[in-house]
Write a protein that binds this ligand. Structure first.
Ligand SMILES: [Zn+2]
Length: 224
């Protein structure tokens, strides 16, 4: 079976920071088909660009276009927007979102799903998304479940869940990743400024934060 990778993230740019190089890795080494599911458009964001290129009314349209641009730079084949409201995912019933995601997963039959590690992803929307994906996959027959790669981003994640078991050095795709980050123009993400700051702080590899894409393979309990 050919590899079919599905990214499931709540906000535009989560997919780029988490997995831009990973997408290229799967495409180049496994000829993978890649889809990206975004639960919201990040429309409640407080950044409007620097200088501003959006306002509260135009932000959802601008974020959607930026996401499409970033996904095209990453080489993602298909974009699926689920239409949830930004910053409210934590208030949705996990089972509601999980059932919705289950339909999407069953329809597209990914062999690998990439999302946030529930409880270790800082933002409530991130954790809610990871939880719903885990619930969705639990509802599937064991033989049909995709591999679940999860991204933890809390500073102390390794103390709680150990080291990531999947680490991609995405150096060959680093320039592409920066271009995809820059495509999220209204978010005004200053990659170069962050890298310079890390250099100033004495980092030996100031780009390590975008060079290594790390994941924890989520182990579902065999009983459920
Ligand atoms: Zn996010």
């Amino acid at each position: 079976m050919t590899e079919n990778v599905m990214l499931i993230f709540p906000h535009p740019d989560d997919e780029t920071f988490s997995a831009a190089g990973t997408v290229q890795h799967y495409k180049r080494t496994k000829d993978a088909y890649v889809s990206a599911v975004s639960l919201t458009l990040g429309e409640m964001g407080r950044n409007f660009g620097m200088p501003p290129i959006a306002n509260r009314e135009t932000l959802p349209h601008i974020r959607k276009k930026e996401l499409e641009d970033a996904l095209s730079i990453m080489g993602v084949d298909q974009f699926i927007h689920l239409g949830y409201r930004d910053k409210t995912l934590e208030f949705e019933l996990t089972s509601t979102v999980a059932n919705h995601l289950l339909n999407v997963i069953v329809e597209h039959q990914p062999t690998t799903v990439i999302t946030f590690y529930p409880g270790h992803s800082i933002h409530p929307d991130h954790d809610a998304t990871g939880e719903a994906v885990v619930e969705a996959i639990k509802m599937m027959d064991h033989s049909k479940r995709p591999t679940l790669l999860t991204k933890a981003i809390t500073a102390d994640a390794e103390q709680h869940i150990g080291e990531p078991d999947v680490v991609f050095d995405i150096s060959p795709y680093l320039e592409m990743k920066k271009e995809a980050i820059r495509a999220h123009r209204s978010q005004a993400l200053e990659v170069d400024a962050i890298t310079k700051q890390k250099l100033k702080e004495g980092a030996t590899d100031p780009e390590a934060w975008i060079r290594y894409e790390t994941f924890w393979t989520y182990k579902q309990s065999e009983e459920v």
